[in-house]
Design a protein around this ligand. Structure first.
Ligand code: HEM
Length: 487
C-alpha cells in the first residue's frame, strides 16, 4: 500500500528538450547562420529535425518553431508565457518605453492609442497626402541618375510615417527629424561602443536631439491648443485610470519606435514589388490595366484617389499579399519564455528565446503549393488560418498593416501608370551594401508633358544578391548586437 501511494505521488516526468544542435560552446550556431543564406539554414534545420527544434544563436539558446499552430501558441493563445525580448543597446536607441518592448497594461494602453490612430477612418483621411508623397517621390526619380530603390522607398515611407505621427508638420521640424533619424538609422546596427566618433555614439547623440525636437513640437502644439487626432495627439490626450498623463520621454520613445517599425518594413516590401513586377511581364501588364482604368477615371492626377478606389484594386492587392509571402521580410520574431513551458511534448525552458519562423510557414508547400513561384492568384482563395502571418499574430501583431497596404497600393498605382520598365543589362554599384549587382533594370517614364524631358530615370534594383543581405539585416533588426553584448 505504502509503495503504490508513493508511486502515485511520483512527479510527472519533465518533458525533454526539442531535437536540434546547440553548435559550438558559446558561439553556438551563429557563424553557421551568418555564413549562409538564412533561408537555407532554417529550411535545412526543419528538414532534419521537424517543425520544432533547438539551436544556439546570437549568444542565446533558442527554440525555433516552424508550424502555424506553434507560432499561434507563442504569439496569441499563450502570449502571456512569452515576453518580447530585445538587446539593451537597441532598447536604448529606440527608447525603452516604446510599446513593443512591453507586455501587460502599459502595452495594452499604448497599443489602443496606436490602433485608433491607424483605424480605417483615420488612415482614409491620409490618402491625399500619401498620394502627394508618392507623386513627389516618383518625380524625384525622374532624373538621369542612378538611384537605389530601397533608399528611395525609405524616403517615401519616412514621409508617410511623419504624416501619420504628426499630421502636417512644419518644414523646419521635418528636416530636423529627417536629419537626425538618418543618423540613428545608420548607427543602429553598429557595434554599441560609446567612444566618440563611432557610428553608435553618433546615433545615440542624434537620438537625444530627436527627443529634443519632439519636445519642441509638443510645446508648439500645446501653445496652439491643437487637438489633432494623429498619433502625437492621441499620446498627448491619454490619461490612465488614475488620471496620469504620459511623460514626454514615453511619448518620444513611442513616436520614434513607431517610425522605426514603419519605415524599413514598408520600403523593403515596395522594393520587392518593383522586382516581382519586373520579373513577370504578363502580370505587370495586367496590373497596369487595372490601374489605368482608375487613372483614367480620375483624369490622370486631376482627381485624387479615393478610399473606395483603393479598396477596389483586387489584382494589385493580391500582388502585395504574394510579395509579402514570397519576400517574408520579417522572417521571424523573438520572444523569451517567462516560465518553463511545455509545447507539443517538448520543454521550452524559462529564459530561452523562442522564434516563430514566419518564412518557413510561408514557404511550406503544404500551405502554399510551389512556394518559390510568385503567383498572386493563390490569394484568390483565403489562406488557411494562421498560415499567412506577414504582420505577425496575437497581442503584438502589426497595428500598421492597413496603412502599410494603403501606401503600397498608392505607390504602385502611380508607378505603373506613369513609368515603364526597360531592360538594362548594365551592372551597377550600390555603395551602401558594397555589392555589384548582377542584374538591374531601369524604369523609363512614359512621355508626360508635365514632367519635362526626363526620359530615362534609372532605378538600381536590390536583387537576389543584396536583398539576401538586406533580409539578413531585417531579420536581425534589433537583434544583431546580441552577439556583441553577449561576448
Ligand atoms: C509592410 C510593412 C510592414 C510589415 C511587414 C510589418 C510587420 C510587422 C510584424 C511582423 C510585427 C510583429 C512583430 C512581433 O510580433 O515581434 C509588427 C509590429 C509592429 N508594427 Fe509593423 N509592419 C509593417 C508596417 C508597419 C507600419 C506602416 C507601422 C506604423 C504605422 C507599423 C507599426 C508596428 C508597431 C507599432 C508594431 C509593434 C506592435 C506591438 O508590439 O504591439 N508597422 N510589424
Amino acid at each position: 500500500f505504502f509503495l503504490s501511494k508513493k508511486q502515485k505521488r511520483k512527479p510527472k516526468q519533465k518533458a525533454k528538450l526539442p531535437p536540434g544542435s546547440m553548435g559550438w560552446p558559446y558561439i553556438g550556431e551563429t557563424l553557421h547562420l551568418y555564413s549562409q543564406d538564412p533561408n537555407d539554414f532554417f529550411a535545412e534545420k526543419q528538414k532534419r529535425y521537424g517543425e520544432i527544434f533547438k539551436t544556439h544563436v546570437l549568444g542565446c539558446p533558442c527554440v525555433m518553431l516552424a508550424s502555424p499552430e506553434a507560432a499561434r501558441f507563442v504569439l496569441a493563445s499563450h502570449a502571456h508565457l512569452f515576453k518580447p525580448t530585445y538587446p539593451k543597446s537597441k532598447e536604448k536607441m529606440i527608447g525603452p518605453s516604446a510599446l513593443f518592448f512591453h507586455q501587460g497594461d502599459y502595452h495594452t494602453h499604448l497599443r489602443k492609442l496606436v490602433q485608433s490612430s491607424l483605424s480605417p477612418e483615420a488612415i482614409r483621411k491620409l490618402i491625399p497626402d500619401i498620394e502627394s508623397a508618392a507623386i513627389s517621390a516618383l518625380e524625384s526619380w525622374a532624373s538621369d541618375q542612378v538611384i537605389n530603390t530601397f533608399h528611395e522607398m525609405k524616403k517615401f515611407a519616412f514621409e508617410v510615417g511623419i504624416l501619420f505621427l504628426f499630421g502636417h508638420l512644419d518644414g523646419k521640424y521635418r528636416e530636423e527629424l529627417k536629419e537626425n533619424y538618418c543618423i540613428v538609422d545608420k548607427g543602429y546596427n553598429s557595434f554599441p561602443s560609446n567612444l566618440p566618433g563611432t557610428a553608435y555614439n553618433k546615433a545615440i547623440m542624434a537620438r537625444k536631439r530627436l527627443a529634443h525636437v519632439i519636445s519642441e513640437i509638443i510645446c508648439d502644439r500645446k501653445e496652439k491648443r491643437l487637438l489633432d487626432k494623429d498619433l502625437l495627439g492621441q499620446l498627448l490626450n491619454f490619461k490612465d485610470k488614475r488620471g496620469q498623463a504620459l511623460a514626454e520621454d514615453q511619448i518620444a520613445d513611442n513616436i520614434i519606435g513607431v517610425l522605426f517599425a514603419a519605415q524599413d518594413t514598408t520600403a523593403s516590401v515596395l522594393t520587392w514589388i518593383v522586382k516581382y513586377l519586373h520579373d513577370d511581364h504578363k502580370l505587370l501588364e495586367a496590373v497596369k490595366v487595372e490601374q489605368n482604368v482608375i487613372y483614367e477615371s480620375n483624369e490622370g492626377e486631376n482627381r485624387p484617389l479615393t478610399w473606395a478606389q483603393t479598396r477596389n484594386m483586387p489584382l494589385t492587392h493580391r500582388v502585395i499579399l504574394e510579395s509579402l509571402r514570397m519576400a517574408s521580410i520579417i522572417s521571424f520574431t523573438f520572444r523569451e519564455a517567462v516560465v518553463d513551458v511545455e509545447y507539443g511534448g517538448y520543454l521550452i525552458p524559462k529564459g530561452w528565446k523562442v522564434m516563430p519562423l514566419f518564412r518557413n510557414i510561408h514557404h511550406n508547400p503544404e500551405f502554399f503549393p510551389d512556394p518559390k513561384h510568385f503567383d498572386p492568384s493563390r490569394f484568390e482563395v483565403a489562406p488557411k488560418p494562421n498560415t499567412f502571418v506577414p504582420f505577425g499574430n496575437g497581442v503584438h501583431a502589426c497595428p500598421g498593416n492597413e496603412l502599410a497596404k494603403l501606401e503600397l497600393l498608392i505607390l504602385v498605382h502611380h508607378l505603373v501608370t506613369k513609368f515603364r520598365y526597360e531592360n538594362d543589362s548594365g551592372k551597377w554599384w550600390v555603395p551602401k551594401v558594397g555589392l555589384s549587382i548582377a542584374h538591374s533594370q531601369s524604369l523609363s517614364k512614359d512621355y508626360q508633358p508635365s514632367f519635362g524631358n526626363f526620359q530615362h530615370p534609372r532605378i538600381v534594383h536590390q536583387t537576389e544578391v543584396d536583398s539576401r543581405k538586406r533580409n539578413l539585416i531585417l531579420d536581425f533588426i534589433l537583434r544583431t548586437n546580441l552577439v556583441y553584448e553577449a561576448l
